[in-house]
Design a protein around this ligand. Structure first.
Ligand code: ATP
Length: 362
């Protein structure tokens, strides 16, 4: 029986539409070849360019259509020159995180042998860990409402028991799943600053409580500063890392750096009922309209979407195609013939995406 899934698509700003088009093309290609599932796409308006035209960054109609969809594929959004009156950037992706309670920002960091990385990996070493960034509170809690006077500026960091419990449970379940697949040692590291801030001691305490429900896994802790050091010195040691919003924001760019740049860094924002899949990078207005943006982060995010849908709805073909898509991207990058300029090549966005499609068919 063929199962149908509705995908809400936000094209984004800057390079957003350029990387969305070939990504949706690849998904249509996979869907057309599968007797087990059908993907239906609905493109929804939102973003900085839309705000400039209409005064709305995320129309209620778009929000509700996204809520009704089975998954949300969102491209890079925001433009430096288009801002709200208080000077902050247009970021519907953050609004979606709040509206749908997408507490777990999932950022996989993978460098398989032969893939590009600025590190010199010791023989036989590979990098394969997942950073989970809490995405609804932490130091982003007071975003847009911080108090600023002539002499004083304050933002509030907020950590709640309810969100932390969901977050840690998600992290342990992910580590459990990875261990079952033979990836990772079943280890979850809570990244915090519990030696300085009471809020992080609270965070860590909840982590330790949740860990008791997963005796088959290793639960340990690391301070965020030491984690930054180890991500460079011995990144192969990590399995699943879970951390506060701002720490995760910074460490995930370090993770993208390990993979050679933002052009290879996918992400997912996952809640209990909804999920948004989008590249880690922004809308790169400096290269927009030139057909040279790297589509791989977006394609890898689409692969994560297929895996998530497959697991959630128990459709093995979707999970399988998600993994196949990730493997195809990694093979293209290893081969090195269709690299975009950010990875030292001369391929266009379309060339790179076509190479992934061709790799899927081999
Ligand atoms: P944001 O704050 O919205 O995340 P940002 O200011 O960090 O955005 P990006 O838009 O991510 O910036 O761009 C940072 C740099 O990386 C730019 O030089 C941009 O051209 C480059 N870059 C980002 N994404 C890509 C991509 N997919 N392909 C090639 N280059 C990219």
């Amino acid at each position: 029986m063929t199962q149908t899934f509705r995908i809400a698509v936000f094209d984004g700003d800057g390079i957003g539409p350029e990387i969305t088009k070939p990504t949706v093309g690849i998904l249509q290609h996979l869907s057309a070849a599968s007797p087990d599932y059908d993907l239906l796409f609905e493109t929804l308006p939102a973003g900085a360019a839309h705000y400039a035209q209409t005064g709305e960054s995320l129309p209620v109609k778009s929000l509700e259509a996204a809520r009704a969809a089975d998954a949300i594929l969102l491209s890079a959004m925001g433009l430096p020159d288009v801002r709200y009156e208080d000077g902050t950037e247009i970021s519907p992706q953050i609004d979606l995180r709040k509206a749908f309670d997408l507490f777990a920002g999932v950022r996989p960091v993978r460098v398989m042998p032969g893939q590009h990385t600025p590190l010199k990996l010791p023989e036989g070493r590979e990098i394969d860990f997942v950073l989970i960034r809490e995405s609804t509170e932490g130091l982003f809690y007071s975003q847009g409402t911080g108090e600023v006077t002539e002499d004083d500026a304050r933002e509030t960091l907020r950590i709640t028991r309810a969100t932390s419990e969901k977050l840690f449970r998600f992290a342990f379940e992910l580590a459990h799943g990875r261990k079952t697949q033979g990836r990772g040692r079943g280890r979850v590291t809570c990244v915090d600053k519990a030696n300085v801030f009471r809020a992080f001691a609270f965070f860590r305490g909840i982590f330790d409580e949740q860990a008791k429900d997963f005796p088959e896994l290793i639960a340990d802790h690391a301070y965020v500063d030491a984690t930054a050091l180890w991500m460079v010195q011995k990144p192969w040691d990590f399995d699943v890392l879970v951390t506060e919003n701002m720490f995760g924001d910074i460490l995930s760019d370090l993770g993208a750096g390990l993979m050679g740049g933002l052009g290879m860094a996918p992400s997912a924002d996952i809640g209990l009922d909804h999920a948004v899949f989008q590249p880690c990078h922004g809308s790169a207005p400096d290269i927009a309209g030139q057909g040279m943006a790297n589509p791989m982060a977006m394609i890898l995010s689409a692969g994560m979407m297929l895996e998530w849908l497959g697991e959630r709805h128990d459709v093995a073909a979707l999970t399988h195609d998600g993994v196949r898509l990730r493997d195809a991207v990694e093979s293209v990058m290893r081969k090195g013939e269709s690299l975009t300029p950010d990875f030292g090549g001369a391929a266009s966005t379309a060339d790179a995406a076509d190479a992934v499609c061709a790799m899927l068919d081999t």
